[in-house]
Each structure stands twice: as structure tokens, then as C-alpha cells.
Design a binder for this molecule. Structure first.
Ligand code: ZN
Length: 477
């Protein structure tokens, strides 16, 4: 008999407390369990459980939702973290493979191939761990990857002579350095990038079981991207120096005339000490090459598609020949990466700890909030501008125009995605208004028309088209 008071509470505020959703959100789940759905409330539910991006993303903890782009199932970040903290990734490969069978739907082709290779290896070496698996697979994978990469670079090299003045030398230099990298040869890098170091370190931090240490390392690398460090002409301040001395627990405070180089080395040395405590080769490797780069000594740097593309973009910025640019991009897109080539996956993880390898297998599938209108273009951080996308596609899109980016993906993925979103309207998670606005934003930004099954349009009559467009235009400003 407790239903009645609850119900009356629930019905009364309709329209009255519309802006006071938090107060009533707790009724939401209760009502749902009594099966009171659709007919009475569905037209305009005032109480929905999803208030912002975090709630939206957390939907995947309990629901099977799919990426708006690639249509692959989205993995809950909580599940990934649990696997890491439960030690699934650092277990023997026999146990690891067994556990992984529950997650194969999240794996990309190269990752599936890697798990398969691991499973085969587990017949002979059931008790080794993932990091040792990589070592066993490395020699073969290295040879094969070189064979995959070389033709791409050969093709790029044929374009050197087509490059306009001012771009040619830099392009040639990049190809030369890339060759050193893919052949794992030493070379003298030009400049240390604190930004790149911090980015790479943050990827490692994610994979650390010891969150306290991860935070400490993160804090330590923070000054490396401070404006004082980034801008050559910016002078050092005593406060900045003191902060770093404090962070790195350096005692002989007044003995040296600190330079930026000294401070960078101090920070990296401290991180390295943590890497030793944690017994993480990936941290030590990253610190070692950073130290050598700062000191101007030759280093061996692993080739990474990501930094190659980043460097290429920097070099080609503003190049007038758009056709040539497209030609380059289409060649570069043929480079094997850790999702398309099992060899690239193995090489990338040469020094990685077992936890990091396991984490990387599933991380690309983790659900992230995608801003349909990118933040950099003034897109609001509001539900009506949000979509759920896998971490991989979200990273890949970055600020690319949605009209351009969406071309790579099948429209049926988006139909499925929005069918799921509208399903959540009936589950009291998303309001009909919000769901409609999400769909409108998507259609306007992508230029794709999505028609939903009739059941949805019945309760949600489409608004006037020009009204929608005006609304989206406004949002874009
Ligand atoms: Zn995706």
C-alpha cells in the first residue's frame, strides 16, 4: 500500500517542479519497479535519471549501448578498471585467456588476433604473463611490421619532389627520422616536448594499479607543460623553482643557479625513481629517452603513428596544395596500427607491463562523451550536444567536421544508436525533449537523415524542420 503516496507525490509535481528535478529523481527508480510506464507519463517525463555527461556515460554500466560511429558495443570504464584491479591482466596467460573470452566482442581485429596468439602460446607456457608473451612474439612481429610499414614510407618518399618550397626540407627530415624510428636506430632528436612526455606518461598512469603513485607522477609532470617551460622567453620565477624543488623533494635549494633544463631533468629523475619502485620498464624507458633528449644525446625512439601524424600535421599546416595533402593523408592512412595489425600491437607493447597490455586491449572500446559540435567550435557541454562514442573514434575525430568524419561509418550504426537512445526515454533515463534534441543536433551537424521506427515518431511528432535548424544554428554559436 506504499504505492499510493508515492504515486501522488509523483504525479503532482508534473509541470510544477519541472526545474527541480533533483529533488524527485529518487522516485524515478521506485516508480519504474512498479511497472508504471508509458501511457501516463511518456509524453513529457519530467524526471529522468540522466542529468549530465557523467550519468549519460554511466548508462553503459547497466545497458548495452553502441558507439554512434562504429556501432561496436561500448565498454564501461568501471568494468575495465575492475578487471585491472582484480589482476586479470597480470594473471597467468592461461587464466587471462579464459577471462578474456567474456570480452571478445569488444576487441578489434588485431587485438583478437593477439589474444588468439596468446591462447596458442598458453598451451606450451600456461604460466607466463602477458609481458612475457609479448617478448616471445616480438622478433617475428618486428620483421613483419617492418614489411608492412616500408612500402608506405616508400610511397611517401615519392612525393618529396612534389612538395612546395618551405615544406620540402621539413617533410624530408620527418621521413628520415621516421626511418630511424621504425628501424629502431639511434638519432639525435631536436627538442624535448614536455607536452608529449606528459601525454605519454598519462597513458601509462591510467594502467597503474597504484592510484596514489599514478597521481603523484601526474602531479610531478604538471610543471613540464607550464607556460614558463613552454615559452622559451618566459623567465623562471623563484616560486616556480621552489614548487618544483618541493615536488621533487630536492633539498639543496640555494646551491645552484637553476635552469629550465635542470628542472626538467629533476622532475624526470624523480618520476624515474617511482618507475623503479613500481618496477615499470615503460616508465623507465620514457624517462630515459626524455633525459637523453634534454641532454642532446642520441636516443632510440619507438615509432608511433600518433606522433608521426601529429608531426606531419605541424609540418604541412597551411600548405596550399590541397590535392597533394589529400594524397599524403590517404597514403598515411595505410600505416598499420595497433588495431589493424597484430604486429603493430605487439611492437607497441614491447616494454609494457602486463596490466598495461590488458588495459590497452579494451581501452579503445570504453564509452566516452562525444561533443557533436566540438567544444573548440563553441559546442556546449550539454546533453543535447552529447553522443556516446568509443574512446577510439572520439580520439580519432577530435575536431573534424562531423559531415566529413561520419562518411567513414555506416548509417545503420546511427539508426541503431538513436533507437537505443529513444528506448531510454521509455526507461525514464532521458527526457523526450533531450532525445529529440540529440537527434536534431546529430542530423543537422552530420547532414544525415535518421528515421526512427514508427513507434517513436508516434509519441514524438517531428518538429518543423526550419525550427530545428534555427535551434541548431543557435547552439553552434
Ligand atoms: Zn566507435
Amino acid at each position: 500500500m506504499r504505492i499510493a503516496p508515492l504515486l501522488s507525490n509523483f504525479i503532482k509535481p508534473f509541470g510544477i517542479y519541472k526545474n527541480n528535478q533533483n529533488e524527485y529523481s529518487s522516485y524515478n527508480t521506485t516508480v519504474k519497479t512498479f511497472g508504471l510506464k508509458q501511457d501516463i507519463f511518456v509524453k513529457e517525463p519530467s524526471f529522468t535519471s540522466i542529468k549530465g555527461g557523467t550519468d549519460f556515460k554511466n548508462l553503459v554500466d547497466t545497458k548495452k549501448l553502441h558507439c554512434i560511429y562504429c556501432g561496436r558495443p561500448l565498454l564501461s570504464a568501471k568494468v575495465l578498471n575492475k578487471l585491472k584491479t582484480n589482476g586479470v591482466f597480470s594473471d597467468s596467460i592461461k587464466n587471462f585467456v579464459q577471462q578474456m573470452l567474456n570480452y571478445t566482442e569488444y576487441l578489434h581485429p588485431a587485438e583478437k588476433e593477439f589474444v588468439k596468439k596468446t591462447a596458442i602460446l598458453a598451451f606450451d607456457y600456461p604460466n607466463i604473463r602477458l609481458s612475457e608473451t609479448i617478448k616471445k612474439l616480438f622478433p617475428q612481429a618486428y620483421k613483419e611490421l617492418l614489411n608492412e610499414q616500408k612500402p608506405v614510407f616508400k610511397e611517401l618518399a615519392t612525393l618529396v619532389n612534389e612538395m612546395p618550397r618551405g615544406y620540402k626540407t621539413k617533410f624530408k627530415e620527418l621521413l628520415k627520422i621516421s626511418k630511424y624510428k621504425i628501424e629502431e636506430k639511434e638519432y639525435i632528436p631536436q627538442k624535448f616536448s614536455g607536452k608529449e612526455f606528459r601525454y605519454k606518461m598519462s597513458r601509462i598512469e591510467d594502467t597503474l594499479k597504484d592510484e596514489y603513485m599514478a597521481k603523484k607522477i601526474n602531479k610531478l609532470s604538471e610543471p613540464l607543460i607550464h607556460p614558463i617551460m613552454r615559452k622559451e622567453k618566459e623567465p623562471l620565477t623563484q616560486k616556480f623553482i621552489n614548487d618544483i624543488l618541493f615536488l621533487t623533494e630536492t633539498r639543496d635549494i640555494n646551491s645552484i643557479n637553476w635552469t629550465k633544463k635542470d628542472l626538467e631533468l629533476l622532475i624526470i629523475n624523480k618520476i624515474k625513481q617511482y618507475g623503479e619502485i613500481l618496477n615499470r620498464k615503460d616508465i623507465l624507458y620514457l624517462c630515459d629517452s626524455a633525459q637523453k633528449t634534454i641532454e642532446g644525446k642520441p636516443v632510440k625512439v619507438k615509432f608511433s603513428n600518433k606522433s608521426f601524424k601529429y608531426d606531419l600535421n605541424t609540418i604541412l599546416e597551411g600548405m596550399p596544395d590541397i590535392q597533394l595533402r589529400q594524397k599524403i593523408d590517404s597514403i598515411v592512412s595505410k600505416l598499420p596500427n595497433s588495431l589493424t595489425s597484430v604486429n603493430a600491437f605487439i611492437i607497441k607493447h614491447e616494454l609494457a607491463a602486463s596490466d598495461a597490455i590488458g588495459y590497452d586491449l579494451l581501452r579503445p572500446s570504453v564509452a566516452t562523451i562525444e561533443h557533436m559540435v566540438p567544444r573548440s567550435l563553441g559546442g556546449a557541454s550539454k546533453l543535447n550536444n552529447y553522443a556516446l562514442a568509443c574512446s577510439r573514434d572520439n580520439n580519432m575525430r577530435s575536431d573534424t567536421d562531423l559531415k566529413e568524419f561520419i562518411k567513414k561509418f555506416d548509417k545503420k550504426n546511427q539508426i541503431k544508436y538513436f533507437a537505443d537512445i529513444f528506448e531510454e526515454v521509455y526507461n525514464w533515463n532521458i527526457s523526450m525533449d533531450t532525445a529529440e534534441e540529440m537527434l536534431e543536433t546529430f542530423m543537422y551537424e552530420s547532414g544525415r537523415q535518421i528515421s526512427l521506427p514508427k513507434t517513436y515518431s508516434k509519441t514524438a511528432p517531428r518538429k518543423q524542420n526550419n525550427k530545428i535548424i534555427n535551434k541548431c544554428k543557435k547552439r553552434r554559436k
